[in-house]
Design a protein around this ligand. Structure first.
Ligand SMILES: [Fe+2]
Length: 468
């Protein structure tokens, strides 16, 4: 009988920038009503903002690779009749439940080769990896889903944020799902892709408006190695995927190398996947990387217009020099010839591009983004058609991803920001007409919300929220 493997040593929290300061995990779960507000909350804005992000339940062991590692914590800010409330809960995967029973971390990071044995976690969980539904939240067909990176999501109860269990959306997510599926506001469909370490390496599928299966996972032909693809864009005709040369190198990792290998010689492939199931249209360009798309649409000539944040290579997983960071770009892709024309919309280094989600797959107007770092914390609002830029300079505040807030009479943008001076967090509401003027209302949250990832606004009339 061989001895059980020894669990790895604890991660040094103080020397990991993504486990300390504004990123430090929040372990308290609270529900607080009637939050203090500076300014006046718009009376025409009723609904709930949900936000997800990596938040390890216990101090991690082994390694911690931001933004992929960590357990999920979902934060909820509800606005109703000019008042605000807040709650937060961990997403309780079987791993979080087992660790809570033990009182410490059992699973290591995703790049560690260690998995716990049956003596620690029992036969069912032995040899498993930590599940990580910590990237995004999506509301569709009456469900609130905590999304993982190309795994199945966890469904949450929007009322008490309790974890209801894993959900494959009637089989559409049987192989997993990107954390960034796109809800087509015209058809009500939730369109998604997933990538895998084994064939099929890439597949796409569609959830019907009622939550049923519209298209089962369908392999994307022409992909012959495991490749990482984080986000997608959607037009009325196509799913748009940019395949940067970031390859999963399992043999390399088993030999002590890194899990992901950047191979610029491969260039970046662009797949236009017709939503009617006809053959994929491919284009190829010089190598670059995209974490996030703003949006895409079909233009009158049948070309695909897509806006995104460009990186020279995948920063976030590695340090990226200032000059290697990209800006906001637009690509115009001709599906017939494969020709790609790329233009720079802004050379500011920003991330987390968001639009008015009601315009997904159609021309979108404003793209809201975040600029971060000393002296440049800001929300930056670009209008590519009008070639304008509006900036709310946030001073020292660490600002998170913006989200569009459609009110009954006016439109707004919202974002959580944390003051690194006193570690207080607020949900700021800005006028969509004049966001550069800064927040018209700031909700004092009852505790620090760690700097995190993606969120979603769910209007009070949505079937996802419990009736009041
Ligand atoms: Fe993302």
């Amino acid at each position: 009988m061989t001895a059980a493997p020894t669990p790895p040593a604890p991660v040094d929290l103080n020397h990991n920038p993504h486990l300390s300061g504004v990123f430090a995990p929040q372990r308290r779960e609270v529900s607080v009503a009637e939050l203090p507000v500076t300014g006046v909350l718009p009376a025409d804005l009723n609904g709930t903002y949900f936000r997800n992000g990596p938040n390890p339940r216990f101090d991690p062991i082994g390694t911690f690779v931001y933004p992929l590692d960590g357990d999920a914590m979902v934060h909820r800010v509800t606005l109703r009749d000019g008042a605000a409330s807040y709650a937060n809960r961990f997403v309780r995967t079987p791993m979080v439940v087992a660790e809570e029973r033990a009182g410490h971390a059992i699973w290591a990071g995703i790049t560690d080769l260690y998995t716990p044995g049956p003596e620690l976690v029992g036969p069912e969980l032995a040899g498993t990896s930590r599940e990580l539904p910590d990237i995004n939240v999506v509301a569709h067909a009456g469900k609130l889903l905590a999304m993982a990176e190309s795994e199945q999501p966890y469904r949450l109860d929007p009322g008490d944020l309790a974890t209801l269990g894993r959900d494959d959306c009637a089989g559409a997510m049987a192989l997993g799902s990107t954390a960034h599926p796109k809800l087509d506001p015209r058809t009500g469909e939730l369109v998604l892709f997933t990538y895998r370490l084994e064939p099929p390496y890439l597949a796409w599928s569609v959830v019907a408006p009622d939550g049923g299966l519209r298209r089962a996972p369908t392999p994307v032909d022409g992909v012959d190695e495991p490749i990482m693809v984080h986000d997608m864009a959607l037009t009325e005709r196509y799913i748009v995927l940019f395949l940067g040369p970031l390859i999963f190198d399992i043999p390399g990792m088993l030999n002590g190398g890194s899990l992901l290998d950047w191979r610029p010689g491969n260039g970046t492939g662009i797949a236009l996947i017709p939503r009617d199931g006809s053959p994929v249209r491919w284009s190829h360009t010089e190598p670059f990387w995209v974490w996030h798309f703003a949006n895409a649409h079909d233009d009158e000539q049948g070309r695909v217009v897509v806006d995104y944040v460009r990186w020279s290579y995948p920063g976030g997983l590695a340090e990226v020099a200032e000059e290697q960071r990209g800006g906001v770009e637009r690509a115009v892709i001709d599906p017939e010839s494969g020709a790609v024309r790329r233009t720079v919309l802004s050379d500011r280094f920003v991330e987390f591009p968001r639009i008015d989600d009601r315009l997904i797959s159609r021309p979108h107007g404003t793209v809201a983004t975040v600029s971060s770092g000393p002296g440049r914390n800001a929300l930056v609002f670009l209008d590519p058609e009008r070639d304008t830029e509006k900036v709310w300079n946030a001073g020292d505040l660490a600002v998170g991803e913006p989200v569009f807030l459609p009110g009954a009479e006016h439109d707004y943008w919202g974002a959580i920001a944390t003051d690194p001076g006193d570690m207080s967090s607020r949900f700021h509401v800005l006028s969509a007409e004049d966001p550069a003027a800064g927040p018209i209302a700031s909700i004092q949250l009852p505790q620090r919300v760690p700097a995190g990832l993606h969120g979603a606004w769910v209007g009070a009339d949505s079937d996802v929220l419990d009736p009041p």
